[in-house]
Design a protein around this ligand. Structure first.
Ligand SMILES: Cc1cc2nc3c(=O)[nH]c(=O)nc-3n(C[C@H](O)[C@H](O)[C@H](O)COP(=O)(O)OP(=O)(O)OC[C@H]3O[C@@H](n4cnc5c(N)ncnc54)[C@H](O)[C@@H]3O)c2cc1C
Length: 395
């Protein structure tokens, strides 16, 4: 498949690049896969997403009747790639755009699509993902949060944990158990829950970076209208798989662009850091390590092209996303570790004395979470083994 831009695609890319140059918010840079937590950044990013939508750069492949642009995933991929390349921050409502929206588009009733999709794009309603629980993360289907039907409502009781953006979310993609007697994958339902409902308590959890990007959430007799069931009753597992596949598959060309930026910054760091009076880049070992990173970023690019060409032919995100996930999350850790190796004893300094304002130290700590969130590396490897290589089930 020829993945070079057509004349129209090249024009769209240039137009997007120019627009980003003129409009990206100043002073806030792309923080990769970490989310903002302070009020000021949240305000700036809400406004940024609104402007992205008004300029016609969000929901590029979503249907026009739900607030999208009615274009294809090609324009979507081009814009996300340019956004990452420009180092501008991504839209705030990341979980709504990459997971909630695509899941509602695939499984939602017409009224649900009309009700929820547009406000995801405009950032008027922020979404979070209430899947994980204290006793069910990797084994998600073991979840215990219960919903009982009473009249026209579900009554929800239970606890969720590690909920990114739960503290500012308006809506939650919530997995609940609606049939305790059925086999565990068959008794789950997928609810769209208003986070302002009474009975929901959200408590921030601090990460090793010192920030509280995610939360634990308690549901005590929370009333959810029956019309907020997404997909069939007790058929929520299939709906959840759509969310998970989109979580692992989206933005892969943009991810490559981000890694190119990191690679360039790492090479620049090697150029400017000296050890005993000589530039670290003079060391053969350092140069070879950098070359290896370059090879891995390039191989990520071709993997992204392969996944993308599958989607372009009309496929849906599948288990191939697990390969990209393992590759980028582990590469990110190794690149950031290497940045600290380059700094030598100075790696131990805190902001404002740290090299590059401490961005490498921050990124290394944040990257620990990358091999856990969206399914751990062990789980991704099991998916690759079983679903792509056809090996026997390991557990
Ligand atoms: C930064 C961050 C953001 C997150 N955001 C969200 C969010 O918004 N919403 C949400 O619902 N969740 C979120 N999560 C939770 C995340 O999905 C879970 O942490 C993850 O699925 C792992 O589950 P667990 O923490 O319960 O670990 P466990 O499942 O208890 O795993 C513990 C260890 O055992 C290993 N292990 C478990 N089972 C197996 C097996 N069968 N084979 C081999 N090894 C195994 C795991 O790989 C891991 O190393 C987030 C997590 C992080 C770190």
């Amino acid at each position: 498949m020829d993945l070079s831009d057509t004349h129209e695609e090249a024009a769209f890319r240039n137009q997007a690049r120019e627009w980003l140059r003129a409009n990206a918010p100043k002073g806030l840079v792309d923080r990769g896969f970490s989310l903002p937590i302070d009020d000021e950044s949240i305000k700036i990013l809400t406004d940024w997403q609104r402007r992205l939508h008004e300029a016609g750069y969000l929901g590029l492949s979503w249907p026009v009747e739900y607030g999208g642009q009615g274009k294809t995933i090609v324009e979507d991929a081009i814009f996300n790639e340019e956004l990452a390349r420009s180092r501008a921050p991504g839209p705030l409502n990341l979980l709504g755009l990459s997971m909630g929206g695509p899941t509602i588009l695939e499984h939602g009733a017409e009224e649900q699509k009309k009700r929820f999709l547009k406000t995801i794009l405009t950032c008027e309603e922020i979404w979070c993902q209430g899947f994980s629980e204290p006793a069910s993360g990797s084994d998600l289907a073991a979840l215990q949060t219960r919903a009982v039907i009473k009249g026209d409502e579900f009554i929800v009781n239970g606890q969720k944990v590690w909920t990114s953006l739960g503290h500012i979310a308006d809506w939650c993609m919530l997995l609940v158990r609606t049939d305790s007697d059925a086999p565990k994958h068959r008794g789950i339902s997928y609810l769209l829950v208003d986070m302002h409902s009474s009975g929901i308590t959200v408590q921030p959890l601090k990460q090793m970076t010192g920030e509280a990007e995610f939360n634990q959430m308690f549901f005590d007799d929370v009333h959810v209208p029956r019309e907020n069931l997404l997909g069939p009753l007790n058929g929520g597992w299939g709906v959840a798989i759509t969310t998970l596949m989109n979580e692992r598959a989206t933005l892969s060309l943009a991810t490559v662009a981000r890694f190119r930026n990191t690679f360039e910054d790492l090479a620049e760091l090697a150029r400017k850091v000296t050890r005993e009076g000589t530039c670290t880049l003079d060391s053969r070992v350092i140069r070879q390590t950098l070359a290896q990173f370059y090879v891995e970023v390039e191989s990520m690019k071709y993997l992204a092209y392969r996944n993308f060409s599958r989607l372009k032919r009309g496929g849906t995100p599948g288990p191939e996303g697990s390969i990209s996930k393992v590759l980028w999350s582990e590469l990110k850790q190794r690149m950031n570790e290497f940045a600290l190796v380059l700094q030598g004893p100075r790696a131990a300094l805190n902001e404002p004395h740290a090299v590059d304002g401490g961005r490498w130290q921050y990124a290394l700590m944040r990257s620990r979470g990358n091999t856990i969130e969206e399914g751990t590396s062990e789980i991704q490897r099991s998916i690759i083994a079983e679903r792509l290589l056809g090996l026997p089930k390991g557990y």
